[in-house]
Design a protein. Structure first.
Length: 348
């Protein structure tokens, strides 16, 4: 009976020892698991900081883009500057047949000459009448008639001078000349074609003066005023520009505001399209490095082989954030999703 009880006690003791050993092993395993080293990659803060930039579509526009129309009726005689031709102000672009207008000018000049001859005759008759009136050989009414005749002749000269001026102007309008330095961007008239008043002949763009035009979303427009750097990008090229004007009026359909920029150095060709970029802030932490722990947004720093969670009070989801850290601080870039504050880390 005693032996039986002793055997039972020995069995219970052995069971308890085995249970305690199993529990101890389990606790050791849990501790080791909790302290498992996480593989991460780290970079200095100076290498991950970015600049916040905004952009808007833009196009290089000529300050003057004119459609030149016919001011006289006639047949296009010659085309002196075709599409793509660069010309100076006053250069001949197109010629409308001037024959009829030369004849009109000759007719007007002949009419002016006739009026001047009539005026000369009226002056002689008036002078003769004044001599006769002194000797009472001519009545006062006859003298008045001579004076009126001379005045009418003077007025007729003014009318004919205006006719001549109009004829000369119409003749000059047969020559279509460049209104400013520029290039022919489009030609609508054809040699030998008949044109009437107002018929479009050429589209002409000024090349000496141009600006960069952009439609900036209203929510971004105010940031242009504090931009540190503005550039126009097109086809893998860039040019520095500066803001000239920002319209205070919001375009209702696109909710945008018109902005005009001036090229500081060289400039692309007129009509070039692309995007204008401007820097709003410098030295921001990218939004993709933010992570949330215990309800707070922050980052993991690598310190003495461990991950240290650092909250960033001003951080917002999806937005870059300024940080007050040393530029040499080591930022956990990858592998942070599995980290908790204080976890041991290593680089692969």
């Amino acid at each position: 009976m005693v032996d039986s009880e002793s055997n039972m006690r020995g069995g219970n003791l052995s069971f308890r020892i085995r249970a305690w050993c199993s529990l101890l092993l389990l606790l050791l395993a849990s501790g080791l698991a909790a302290q498992e080293t996480v593989s991460v990659s780290i970079q200095p803060l100076s290498e991950v900081l970015v600049d916040l930039e905004r952009s808007a579509s833009a196009e290089v526009l000529s300050l003057n883009r004119a459609v030149i129309a016919a001011e006289v009726v006639g047949v296009v005689q010659l085309i002196h500057a075709d599409v793509g031709a660069e010309v100076k102000q006053g250069d001949l672009l197109m010629q409308i047949d001037p024959a009829d207008y030369r004849l009109a000018l000759q007719q007007a000049e002949a009419g002016l000459a006739t009026s001047k001859a009539q005026k000369a005759q009226a002056d002689v008759r008036l002078q003769r009448a004044r001599q006769l009136i002194e000797g009472n050989y001519l009545s006062a009414d006859d003298l008045l008639a001579r004076e009126t005749e001379a005045q009418v002749a003077s007025s007729q000269i003014l009318v004919q001078e205006a006719v001549v001026a109009i004829a000369r102007r119409n003749l000059a309008k047969c020559r279509i000349v460049a209104p400013f330095n520029g290039v022919v961007s489009r030609r609508m008239a054809q040699a030998g074609g008949y044109v009437s008043l107002g018929t479009p002949l050429l589209e002409f763009s000024e090349t000496d003066r141009f600006e960069l035009d952009a439609e900036v979303p209203d929510e971004l427009a105010d940031s242009l005023g504090r931009a540190e750097k503005i550039e126009f990008h097109s086809r893998n090229e860039s040019w520095p520009v500066e803001l000239l004007r920002l319209s205070p009026v919001i375009e209702t359909e696109r909710r945008s505001r018109a902005a005009r920029f001036r090229f500081i150095e060289n400039a692309p060709a007129i009509g070039r399209s692309g995007e204008v970029f401007w820097r709003v802030s410098r030295g921001l932490l990218p939004a993709n490095l933010l992570i949330r722990r215990n309800g707070l947004l922050g980052i993991f720093l690598a310190e003495s082989g461990k991950a240290r969670f650092t909250p960033l009070p001003n951080a917002q989801e999806g937005r870059p954030v300024p940080v007050q850290l040393s530029i040499d601080a080591l930022i956990v870039v990858t592998g942070r999703d599995r980290l908790q504050d204080g976890d041991p880390i290593k680089q692969p």
